[in-house]
Design a protein around this ligand. Structure first.
Ligand SMILES: NC(=O)CC[C@H](N)C(=O)O
Length: 228
């Protein structure tokens, strides 16, 4: 499988992601510069974490107007697989490839820690290796992870199985106590209607080797391999 990793000025999880795809999953992977537009040979585009364009004007806002992101929009419309991790999730909402928005964390602080998330829908290209209800331990590291979406859209997303993962505690309980950033309904990751575009705040690429304390990110990354 051929993965392409989007690189904007300020991306900083691009190399971690590259390492995991190449050295752990042993799949083909290359970086794609934000000025590039030819991405037709990839099977999956990964928009990695970081601070694209310094998070001005809002995280992901400037990256959403680059030649590469415009090409990703076409790629996604044709059914190509796209996963946005953390800043990548922000790029996808700013690009309107995913509904909703990521606002500053409710407590105003950058949050960096291991977090439990619960798989709500395992019938997607990104979660098919997970059990429904499975609890994954995956790190988060963000300032703007407070997911918001209007009530009407939220209802449609819930009915259509687009809420993919929610923040929870280690036993899978979803409550305000297990919500690290104020996200509506503890939402940690969502898909588009067609399920080929996925955005999530936690970092699966930082949870792919036992030396890092958890390999649970592999459930997500291996699901992608399983879907093509
Ligand atoms: N780790 C990241 O991708 C950080 C995302 C973004 N810059 C934020 O702080 O919200």
């Amino acid at each position: 499988m051929r993965f392409g990793i989007a690189v904007y000025p300020g991306s900083n999880c691009d190399y971690d992601t590259y390492h995991v795809i190449r050295d752990i999953l042993k799949e083909e992977v290359s970086f794609i510069d934000y000025r590039e537009t030819n991405i037709k040979d990839f099977d999956c585009i990964i928009i990695p974490g970081g601070f694209s364009f310094g998070d001005y004007l809002r995280p992901g806002a400037l990256a959403s107007h680059t030649p590469l992101t415009n090409a990703v929009k076409d790629f996604a419309k044709k059914g190509g697989l796209v996963i946005g991790i953390c800043n990548g999730f922000q790029v996808l909402t700013e690009s309107h490839l995913l509904p909703g928005a990521l606002m500053p964390n409710i407590h105003g602080k950058f949050v960096c820690k291991h977090q439990y998330i619960k798989v709500e829908n395992n019938e997607t290209p990104f979660t098919n290796k997970c059990e429904k209800g499975q609890v994954l331990k995956i790190p988060i590291a963000h300032h703007d992870g407070n997911y918001f979406v209007d009530e009407e859209t939220l209802k449609k997303m819930e009915d259509n199985g687009q809420i993919i993962v929610r923040y929870c505690d280690k036993d899978g309980n979803i409550s305000e106590k297990s919500n690290p950033n104020g996200s509506i309904k503890n939402i940690a990751g969502v898909c588009n209607e067609e399920k080929n575009v996925f955005g999530l705040m936690p970092h699966p690429e930082r949870a792919a080797e036992s030396i890092l304390g958890t390999e649970d990110g592999l459930f997500i990354l291996k699901s992608i391999l399983n879907s093509i």
